[in-house]
Write a protein that binds this ligand. Structure first.
Ligand SMILES: [Zn+2]
Ligand SMILES: [Zn+2]
Length: 234
């Protein structure tokens, strides 16, 4: 939220003959910015989309990963990978322990990648962003470019300004109506990570997809084993 206060000051000027004359009042514009702790605004401290649907989807993602860990490590693996001791006690085998540690590590990496994708600035255009000067003007100093000066000057394109967030809009930037910001190289707004996917968090988003793929693949190993056993054991 931005509020502008306008203050008018009356000034006088002493002339050479000793008389004082009033001059036009100076106008000072003071902008006050409220900086929130979490949000997607220009001056907010930490990036987090305060969107009910997105926060619910993010919480549901964490719940599903936690439930997957419980289902695999407590229900699927113990009766599948175990051995009996001399006392008749059934214990988790070496492969069962290795499987459990691997699965929980992948789930943890998926959750960390999700959290980083959600809380990282996806590439929002700063409030003071300005267009880069035309490269053609800078290249005039280079040798061998004198011929270009003979050409008629190219018409300059007007700098694009976003009508909704009132910031400069670079090429390949799109405005997100949920984040209320223009995002550079915006791919899409993903409700599951409660954030836009752009130049700033593309890596974390792809890592989250990769870890979740392995997470689901290991989840499905017991069923793969049963399917294989139908063709192996008679
Ligand atoms: Zn915008
Ligand atoms: Zn967005």
């Amino acid at each position: 939220m931005q509020r502008k206060n306008t203050t008018k000051q009356t000034a006088t000027k002493t002339q050479p003959d000793g008389r004082t004359a009033a001059v036009a009042p100076a106008t000072t514009v003071v902008a006050t910015v409220v900086r929130k702790r979490y949000g997607t605004g220009h001056f907010d401290e930490h990036w987090l989309n305060i969107d009910c649907c997105g926060l619910f989807c993010a919480a549901l993602t964490y719940f599903l990963h936690s439930y997957g860990c419980y289902a695999v490590c407590r229900i699927l693996i113990p009766p599948w990978m175990n051995y009996s001791t001399d006392d008749g006690v059934r214990k988790l085998s070496f492969w069962g322990i290795l499987h459990t540690i691997t699965f929980c590590s992948i789930a943890l990496m998926a959750v960390i990648s999700h959290f980083k994708a959600m809380t990282t600035d996806p590439g929002a255009v700063p409030a003071d962003a300005e267009p880069i000067p035309d490269e053609l003007d800078n290249s005039k100093a280079k040798e061998g470019m004198e011929d270009l000066e003979a050409l008629p000057p190219r018409p300059k394109k007007p700098s694009r300004m976003c009508r909704r967030c009132h910031s400069y809009k670079p090429n390949r930037a799109h405005h997100c109506s949920i984040c209320k910001r223009c995002i550079i190289k915006m791919d899409h707004h993903c409700p599951w990570v409660n954030n836009c996917v752009g130049i700033g968090n593309h890596k974390y988003f792809l890592l989250f997809i990769l870890y979740t793929f392995f997470f689901l693949w290991i989840c499905d190993l017991p069923s793969c084993d049963k399917i294989l056993s139908m063709f192996t054991y008679h």
